[in-house]
Design a protein around this ligand. Sequence first.
Ligand SMILES: *[C@@H]1O[C@H](CO)[C@@H](O)[C@H](O)[C@H]1NC(C)=O
Length: 395
Amino acid sequence: MGLSSCFASAFSSLNLVLFLFIGLKAMECRSVERSSAFFIFGDSSVDPGNNNYIQTIPDNQANYKPYGQNGFFEEPTGRFSDGRIIVDYLAEYAKLPTIPPFLQPSADYSNGVNFASGGGGVLPTTNQGLVIDLPTQLKYFEDVRKSLADKFGSAEAEEIVSNAVYFISIGSNDYMGGYLGNPKMQELHSPQEYIGMVIGNMTQAIQELYGKGARKFGFLSLSPLGCLPALRALNPKGPDAGCFEEASALALAHNSALKTILTNLELLLKDFKYCNSNFYDWLLDRMNNPSNYGFKEGVSACCGAGPYGGIFTCGGTKKDPNYELCGNANEHVWFDSFHPTERIHDQFANALWNGPQSSVGPYNLEKLFFFFSNNDNKLTIADDVDNPDNYQQIF
Ligand SMILES: *[C@@H]1O[C@H](CO)[C@@H](O)[C@H](O)[C@H]1NC(C)=O
C-alpha cells in the first residue's frame, strides 16, 4: 500500500522521468555519431605547440626538455608542463582524440583545433611580434570554418560550429608582460582602464565567435598571478614578502569583470551557454594547503632557478643555461616559474568537467559537451534535463 501511494503521488514526475530518460537515450545515440568539436583559444596555459611553428624567443616555447619529461608524449611537444595540459584531459573526457595545434602542418580540424599561443594576450600589444594574439587566433578560426565547409558542406559545417565547445584561457600575459612589465602602458592607462580594454576586447571576441555560430563556451579564469613563482621572486617588496599583491589584484578584478560580462551575455545572446569557474581560489587553496591535495610543495617551482625557482630558466635554452630540476614533479603545484604541473591540469580538468554548480557554472563542461544540441527540438529536452529539480528526480 505504502509503495503504491508513493507511486500515485509521484505519478506526474514519473512521466517526466520516463520522458527525460528517453530523451537522454536519444542524445546518447547521437553523441556516438559525432561528439561536439573542441576549439581552443588562449596562451601557454593551453598551447599544445603552436609556438613551435612561429618566429619567437625560447621563453615562449616549450619544445625542449625537461618539458614533457613524464613521457606521456614521446617527446617535448611545446606544452608548458611536465606532461599533459588541461585541454588534453578535457578532450579525453569528451571522447575526442588529442586536439592538434592549428599550425601543425598535418592537423585535422574535424574534431576541432587549438589556436593557443604561449605568451599570447587579448591585446595585440602584449608580447607583440612574438606570439599569436587573440585577434589573429580568431582569424585562423575563420580559416578553419571555411575549410570545414569545403570538406563537409556548409550545412554540416554549421552544425559542427554550433555544437562545438569553445574554450578560452587568456589574459595573464596582458597583465604581466603587457602591463606590469611595461611602464609605458602603465603611464598611458590606469589599472581600471586597462582591465576595461582587456575585458572589452575579450567580449568582442566572444561576440564575434557567437556571430559565427558558436554557442557553448568554457572559460579558465585567471590564477592568483602574484603568487606564481616568477612573480613572488619579482615582488618589489623583496623576494621574502610573499605574493606580489598588485598582480593578484589585477587578476581578481579581471575575473570579477569577466563574471559580470558572462552573466550579461547569457541574458542578451539567445542559447549562449557557458562554463566558468573560480580558478583563482581553487589554485590558491592548493598553494596554501598542498598536502590536502596530494602535493608536497605549493610555492616553489620544480624547474627554474633562484628564489622559488622563480627565475625562468627551465630547460636552459633561455637567457641563462643554469636551472635546477626537482626529483618528482608530481609533488609540486608549479612545474616552471609560470606554469603548473600536469597534476594540477588533471585536477582542474576534473573540476571543470563534472564540478558541482556551486563551484563551476552555470554548466559544467560535461553538460556542454553531451547534454546540449542546438537543434531547436532537442534543446527543449536538454533544458529540462538541466533543471536541477529534475536531476534530483532522475538520480
Ligand atoms: C580594445 O583594445 C584597444 C587597445 O588595444 C582599445 O583601444 C579598445 O578600446 C578596446 N576595445 C574595447 C571594446 O574595449
